[in-house]
Design a protein around this ligand. Structure first.
Ligand code: ADP
Ligand code: ASP
Ligand code: MG
Length: 411
């Protein structure tokens, strides 16, 4: 008997008719002879009564509420969802038991709001499976060694699912969502984006880390670490979705790929704060050291750093604006802050060392008359910082430039 993990996202469990579809997937796996563990997200999206953002909106002083208390609040969304889905499954005569993340054995550090899993104790789930029971686990949460409730960061139910898959040696972790797999771009921006049939962990990690919210980056990291096959697929269609597994990369085993199809996907991240910072006139030459140590000590992690002898540009997420400004004031640095920035990235293992890729990125921006404010690159990514108003146009232009609407020929 194979163990399969089935994770259902917020839109998949939003209302009773959708939860009936979810129940059918569980029945299907049981009928195929699999042992099933179900992981759920909170029901629906902002505005729906128990969705994560709705719960967050209940505390008007979200910034003042201690992170540990915010986690207590947010964890309820997934717990409600698990109990409600379990009641649907019971109506189908499926023996089920609801567990919080902590009860399911997920032990985390105490970084409330963005906790990391330290270990998964699989005994409780193993015993339930042995007894023929389907555990329905509240995603997105765990508990500290002392028993305090934590959450795993936005989108973290995927991480719950993959972590349980790793601990239980699952044959596959199915991430059921509202799109039929990982696509060459966010279909909300590029409606004709293609579904990628297979991917390796590295490329999807880059896509997820740079904004594609279809899967949580930490889920991919855990999947890679423990070689857990992950399939991202639609709750509402039979399509095969995207398989993320070892050796499923877009390069052939010798590292070749058609240069015309070197890019795997385009991704974007909305709402970044860009800072231009200058040192106080009298400060010694180690000003950058002083600056970044101070930011780090205040828990600010910076991104897209372009350092020059007399100034530095960098970005922070919007929720870090206040603490960044306070730190800069405290250490006497000058700054300008811009709140209307977004970043757009191309991802592809094959772009490393391939001449002409940057030229094509620039061509796409020039043809669309989009100003580039900053850039960064790694062996498999090129990132552009842009005005927020140009984000969608840039994603569409790059998608076209790299022929991502075409089927990739086999190498
Ligand atoms: P769930 O609630 O099921 O976890 P999410 O909203 O977290 O769903 O993720 C699914 C959404 O991710 C899609 O509706 C889609 O708009 C968005 N998305 C962003 N980039 C991509 C991509 N490259 N491929 C597919 N979906 C993407
Ligand atoms: N409900 C949580 C969120 O909205 C976790 C998840 O959906 O994966 O971020
Ligand atoms: Mg999600």
């Amino acid at each position: 008997m194979a163990i399969v993990i089935q994770k259902f996202g917020g839109t998949s469990v939003r209302d009773a008719s959708r939860r009936d579809v979810v129940a059918q997937w569980v029945v299907k796996a049981i009928e195929a002879g699999d042992q099933v563990v179900v992981v759920v997200s909170a029901m629906g999206r902002r505005g729906d009564p128990y969705a994560t953002d709705t719960l967050l909106d209940l505390i008007t002083d979200a910034d003042l509420t201690p992170a540990a208390e915010r986690d207590l609040l947010l964890s309820c969304g997934e717990i409600i969802s698990a109990v409600v889905l379990a009641s649907h499954l019971r109506r189908q005569d499926i023996p089920v038991k609801v567990l919080t993340g902590g009860e399911a054995g997920i032990i985390t550090d105490d970084n409330f709001g963005d906790a990391r899993i330290l270990e998964v104790q699989p005994k409780v789930l193993q015993n339930l499976l042995q007894d023929g029971v389907v555990p329905v686990v509240a995603g997105f949460q765990g508990r500290t060694v002392e028993g305090r409730v934590t959450t795993l960061g936005r989108g973290g139910s995927d991480t719950t699912a993959v972590a349980l898959g790793a601990a239980l040696h699952a044959a596959v972790v199915d991430i059921f969502t509202d799109v039929d797999g990982i696509k060459t771009a966010d279909p909300r921006i590029v409606p004709d984006a293609r579904t990628i049939s297979q991917l390796d962990y590295d490329e999807i990690f880059q896509l997820a880390n740079l904004g594609a919210r279809v899967i949580h980056p930490r889920a991919v990291e855990i999947g890679r670490q423990f070689s857990v096959p992950i399939r991202v697929r639609s709750t509402f269609s039979e399509s095969q979705g995207t398989l993320i597994a070892p050796g499923q990369g877009t390069l052939d085993p010798w590292g070749h790929r058609d240069p015309d199809h070197a890019v795997t996907g385009i991704t974007q991240l909305d709402h970044l704060m860009q800072f231009r910072v200058t040192p106080p006139p009298a400060m010694h030459k180690d000003w950058a050291y002083h600056l970044f140590m101070s930011l780090g000590e205040n828990g600010v992690s910076v991104d897209l750093i372009n350092l020059f002898p007399d100034q530095v540009y960098f970005c922070v997420p919007p929720e870090k604006t206040q603490i960044t400004e306070q730190t800069l004031k405290d250490i006497g640095f000058g700054y300008e802050a811009y709140d209307d920035r977004a970043k757009v990235s191309i991802v592809g293992s094959a772009i490393q060392g391939l001449p002409g890729v940057v030229g094509r990125v620039m061509a796409a921006m020039a043809q669309s008359q989009i100003e580039i404010l900053q850039s960064a690159d790694s062996h498999s990514t090129i990132t552009l910082l842009l005005h927020r108003r140009n984000m969608e146009k840039a994603v569409a232009a790059l998608h076209k430039q790299f022929h991502l609407d075409e089927e990739v020929p086999k190498t």
